[in-house]
Every structure is written in C-alpha cells, then in structure tokens.
Design a protein around this ligand. Structure first.
Ligand code: FES
Ligand code: FE2
Length: 363
C-alpha cells in the first residue's frame, strides 16, 4: 500500500490507493562507483526490474536488463568476457549497448544475425563516485533521457567521505516520508550526541519550491542538534528534497562545506535501499571517520527500526493521518509525485504544487 492524502483541513487521511508505486522518467541513484569493479557483473533489482551492471576495461559503466533473451537466465550469473557479458547457459555475449555479439553454437550457413538480437540497455551516468540510472516509463524505454542526473553542489572529482547504506523493509513512500519527517527526531534519535526529548521547542522554517521538490531555505541548525558543533564556525544549513526520494543537506561554515546526500531507491514495492553519502572539503574530517561511521549507522538504523515496526501495523491496512504542520512536507511529497506522474503521462511540463511558506512545529 502507499499513502495517498485526500481532502485536507488540518488532518489528512491517507489510505491505500491505486497510484503507481514508482515515479518514472527520472534518474535514480543506483550504486556507488566503488561497488562496480571492472571485469565483474553485478545484479541489482531496481523498481522491480532485474538489472545487470558491468564495467568495461576502459572503465565505462553500463547496465542491461538482467535477463538473457535466449532463455531467460540472468546475465549477471555469467561473466565479463572481452567487454561483453557472457550468459552462463549457452554463452551468448552481449555488449554494453545491449547488442548480441556472439552465439557460440552457430555453424557456417546458420545465418541468424546476432546483431539483430538485443537486450534492453539502461542509460547510466557516473559522477563524484555515484552511479545513476534512468528508469523510463514503458512508453519511453530506449529514448535518450531529456536531461542528465541531478547536478550536485560538488567539485569535479570530489569523492564520498563517508557512506552508510541500509535496506529498509518498506515501500519507498514510507522511507521518504520517514526521512523528511521533522517531528520524530526527539523520539527516534534521542541519543545524547543528537537530541533529547526534553529539548523539544517550537520551530519555524521557511520553505520554497525547487526543481521537482522543495527547499528548506538556509538557516542556522537547531541549537539542540549537537553534531553540527563539530563543524565549528557558524554553520548554515539548507535542505533540498526532490523526486525520486533524494534529499540534499548543504552545510556551510565559512569556506567549510559538508554535503549530505540521501537517496531512497526502491528495489521492489516492499523494499527500499537508503544510502547516505557525505562529502566534505574539511581536511581533518577524514580522521573522524572511525567515529562518524558508527554514528551514521546508529542514526540510520533508528529510522530503519521505525519502518520495521510500522510494517507490523500496516499489515492491518489502517487509515493513516498526515497532520499540519509537521506532516506538510510529506503531503507535498505525495502531491509532487502525483503531479510528476500526471505531467509525464500527459506530455506537459511539471507544475510544482509547492509555494513559498513557513511551517511551524515543535521538535
Ligand atoms: S539462456 Fe542465455 S545463452 Fe541461452
Ligand atoms: Fe530520522
């Protein structure tokens, strides 16, 4: 099931809906560059589709539908051979463009042309240690993506400083809503180095629309969020959300920059991979990795625990609520996703349903 807000006047009921589970015609974060070694083939299910990732000797990443067109065996169970993927069943070979290059069983006179046999190829882009995949709707499969992956505020060649990745046993909507929810901090993340429930106070945050989402405009971080103190100076943070389930936190303190990237990538309708990657330009921050890594693991694990508990309740298909103002970002998410899907289906520009506004809540 997914959450679908209906009428709203303070409280919005969210019920099961027939909306498609995944937003399409978008770039999704798929893998880290370091996951994909040359000469290896890697399987990953994304949006319910089997995908085989490979890398050529020259270092170019590629992705094919992980299903041999001959008899359906996953190509990822085979091997890389001369920059092709070789199916383990009868050894047919497919190039990075999806074209069949070799059918070993053919003898002279058997004039089937391998070049006419293709496996679906996905568009990939690789930047700053992140590999993106374009997940098209069925009508647009094969067409060039109209634009590249998100343009992140990173310097060329800047690489991840810290990565934490966890599998959330929930549909992508619950993972996204959980990560953008401002009211759970004092209860879910109530550890001494972050928040205490008794530190709750009233907050007002200004929001504005951005490309395919919304931005919490630059502001000094909460005084009760202790980890920001590590950066020193007077940090200012800006938080951006955009489809499909991407969240960017840009922290600036003088010339120091920390960029926190979070991606909720649906693997199936009931499993979502949540990846957090931190980039920084602070020389000494790398020394703190042994400290920061377990903190990131605990922090994301606290969110994961909540969606795992939530799964128990959702088995009974309850009606859910979204309340003002703490759940307004979640309401926006659903509206944005719906509008994006409608705009793509109707072949018209996306109209962002979010306006400039200030939200108030206690956390
Ligand atoms: S199933 Fe792949 S080569 Fe036959
Ligand atoms: Fe959280």
């Amino acid at each position: 099931m997914d959450l679908a807000p209906t009428a709203a006047a303070g409280v919005t009921a969210a019920t099961a809906s027939a909306a498609p589970p995944f937003a399409r015609d978008l770039w999704y974060f798929a893998l880290l560059s370091r996951d994909l070694k040359p000469g290896r083939v890697l399987h990953k299910t994304l949006l319910g589709e089997p995908v085989a990732f490979g890398r050529t000797k020259a270092g170019e990443a590629f992705a094919l539908r992980d299903l041999c067109p001959h008899r359906g065996v996953p190509l990822s169970a085979g091997r890389m051979a001369d920059d092709t993927v070789e199916c383990p069943y009868h050894g047919w070979r497919f190039g990075p463009d999806g074209g069949c290059r070799l059918i070993p069983s053919l003898v002279p006179g058997q004039d089937i042309d391998p070049a006419k046999i293709r496996v679906r190829r996905y568009h990939l882009a690789e930047r700053n240690g992140l590999i993106w995949i374009y997940m098209a709707s069925p009508e647009r499969q094969g067409a060039e993506p109209p634009e590249g992956p998100p343009d992140l505020p990173l310097e060329a060649g800047q690489r991840p400083g810290l990565v934490e990745r966890q599998l959330f046993p929930c549909p992508v909507d619950h993972a996204v809503v959980g990560l953008m929810d401002p009211a759970h901090g004092p209860f879910v993340h109530n550890v001494w180095w972050w928040r205490k429930p008794d530190s709750i106070h009233q907050k007002a945050k200004n929001y504005g629309p951005s490309r395919r989402g919304f931005t919490m405009l630059p502001h000094p971080p909460s005084k009760n969020a202790g980890l920001y103190k590590l950066i020193g100076g007077r940090p200012v943070t800006e938080i951006v959300f955009e489809l499909p389930g991407l969240r960017y936190e840009i922290i600036k303190a003088g010339a120091k920059r920390v960029f926190g990237f979070t991606a909720c990538t649906p693997l199936t309708e009931s499993e979502t991979e949540v990846t957090q990657v931190f980039f920084w330009n602070i020389g000494w921050a790398g020394l703190l990795r042994p400290l920061l890594q377990p903190i990131a693991r605990i922090f994301l694990g606290q969110d994961r625990r909540m969606v795992t508990l939530q799964r128990e309740g959702l088995k009974h298909d309850p009606r859910l609520m979204l309340i003002r103002d703490a759940d307004v970002p979640a309401m926006w998410y659903f509206r944005i996703k719906k509008e994006w899907t409608a705009s793509q289906a109707e072949g018209r520009p996306f109209v962002n349903p979010v306006g400039e506004t200030t939200l108030h809540w206690r956390s």
